[in-house]
Design a protein around this ligand. Structure first.
Ligand code: F6R
Length: 241
């Protein structure tokens, strides 16, 4: 695990974004693992800027997102599919049929989970997986529990995740379940970049980097990944020894 502490969220966006820019230069048909939430938004803005300046093309790229709320379809403004279109895909030359976000309204959700993992494999696996981290140490929607999950599955969201994300659902209709890539799926990515900013993440960051590897802090598994890079601002890094 390589930990890099930077001055600002903007610096993180440039460093994390450049990893994708370089990847796509070397491998135009790369498989990108993407995340939603507030943290990656500056990175996506930076990638859009690079695209507009002709520094990167998504023409042959493939993407797989980490997760989706159960019960929200692609058109729902709070769905992660909608978020990705809004924040990145509709602004770059990504092929729509190469965009993959788990389907939170699949009729057969168990099959959706199995198919999602199989499709990632079919494309040769994820080259670079971008991650944020929850205040409780979750990655994707892998919440603290007593065992590390494997492939894509449906999970109940914890109180702390519902607390953090309910601001996006002012009508109080936040889903309580999500479909998420499992820890096993995330660990298969060839490279993982976790980005985190702000004091609210400092405790989870300390547990991830300095704590023991335990499913009670799912992100701690990244200590065992052979190529994990963690970009932090000073606030997120503030509790590190
Ligand atoms: C989103 C995801 C989550 C978020 C995490 C942090 O696809 O998988 O693990 O990365 O909840 O969210 P923000 O960035 O909003 O603090």
């Amino acid at each position: 695990m390589r930990v890099i502490i930077l001055e600002s969220a903007a610096d993180i966006a440039v460093q994390a974004g450049n990893i994708f820019v370089e990847l796509l230069k070397e491998k135009p048909d790369a498989v990108l693992g993407l995340a939603t939430g507030a943290t990656p938004v500056p990175t996506y803005k930076y990638l859009i800027d690079c695209y507009n300046k002709g520094k990167v093309s998504f023409k042959d790229a493939v993407s797989f997102n980490l997760d989706e709320y159960i019960g929200l379809n692609k058109e729902h403004p709070n769905s992660y599919y909608f978020f990705m279109m809004d924040m990145l895909f509709s602004h770059v030359n990504m092929r729509k049929d190469m965009i993959h976000v788990p389907n939170g309204v699949a009729e057969d959700i168990e099959k959706e989970c199995r198919d999602y993992d199989a499709l990632i494999e079919q494309f040769g696996g994820i080259d670079v997986q971008l991650l944020g981290i929850g205040t409780n140490g979750h990655i994707g929607f892998n919440e603290p529990s007593d065992a590390f999950s494997e492939g894509t599955y449906v999970t109940d969201l914890t109180k702390s995740t519902i607390e953090s994300n309910k601001i996006y659902f002012p009508n109080g209709d936040m889903p309580t379940k999500a479909i998420t890539m499992g820890i096993g799926s995330i660990m298969k990515a060839k490279k993982v970049i976790l980005i985190s900013t702000g004091h609210s993440k400092a405790k989870a960051i300390k547990a991830m980097i300095e704590g023991e590897v335990t499913p009670s802090c799912p992100a701690s598994i990244l200590q065992k990944h052979s190529d994990a890079v963690i970009f932090l601002d000073r606030d997120a890094a503030s509790l590190l020894a």
